[in-house]
Design a protein around this ligand. Sequence first.
Ligand code: NAD
Length: 369
Amino acid sequence: MAANKKLLFLPGDGIGPEVMTEVRRVIDWMDHRRTVSFDITEGLIGGAAIDATGGPLPDDTLDVAINSDAVLMGAVGGPKWETMPFEVQPERGLLGIRRELGLFANLRPALVFDALASASTLKEEVVSGLDIMIVRELTGGIYFGEPRGVEDLPGGGRKGVNTLTYTTAEVQRIGRVAFDLAQKRNGRVCSIDKANVLETTVMWREDMESIKGEFPDVELSHMYVDNAAMQLVRNPKQFDVVVTTNMFGDILSDCAAMLTGSLGMLPSASLGELDESGRRAALYEPVHGSAPDITGEGIANPLATILSYSMLLRYSFDMSEDADLIDQAVCNVLDGGLRTADIMERGKVRVSTETMGKAIIKELDKLAA
Ligand code: NAD
């Protein structure tokens, strides 16, 4: 198969390069099986970019990202760069690439593999079989609204201000991503707002209603954010796709993530706008950071990054069969009892990053035989 798909690889810092090595194994496997072939460029971001170029997001990286079909990233950051000025820290590289690519939709699946159901802090029956998708608006809302800041008051004391703003276009845009996903899943969208208190989210609710006619096979419901937080831990399986604002999504997606019990298992995708040719910018990355406490030990869990690659196949290239194959391989390896340290349980076999990566390849071989 011709290598006509352009992929930018950004290993980043800490355990980023370690987990990306294992994804590379999966990509090479697919290449050899001729299911998909990528034209891969490796770039610098975060601390690694600071060390090499002085800044966290070199122009070269951004240029290649803009011209790629998808970007796959490890993680950025670490103690070495923590004392640098805020505006040149590694994390600014990540925020910069999200901004420059216009990545407005953040997708965070919370999926509980049967083999790990007992790892959640919630009762097994509450989370087993859980499969929900949180869609968070990523470039608007209170994190970006103006006016903002802290000012001194004439009579003493200070006043802090942040502003929650959304336009109808922004709400409908993120809404369509959620509806579209629901069409490929179980046909239900729950939109989360605080319409009993915040006018902006009254509008959010109305704007979500305004597009539901475009997706007649999808059911739309609404929930206040405080109730949603409660329902996520009481009965998370009631949800299919959840769509919400930047700040509510920030909080709820972390809450949903923890239902699964492990940071090392969580993939994510951030998507941009569809252009006329049907292409959209996309960045895929594990939810976890650079884990400086275990960097270099060879024990990091590579599965969140491998599952991010599966999302890349599914959402950037519509290659659901290949994505399903990877997801199944992960599931089977866990069923077989292999565990990296972060998901280790009594009676299971503890393995290194590399052994876990190789086990996924062995399982792919079996599934494809
Ligand atoms: P972290 O996610 O790096 O680590 C939190 C804990 O989870 C650590 O104990 C770590 O060892 C463990 N962990 C994380 N990923 C793991 C994996 N794949 N396998 C096994 N264990 C894993 O969060 P942190 O410690 O708060 O942050 C460390 C650095 O990463 C900071 O510089 C932070 O700014 C950065 N960070 C980057 C991103 C990103 O690149 N998207 C996200 C979060 C944090």
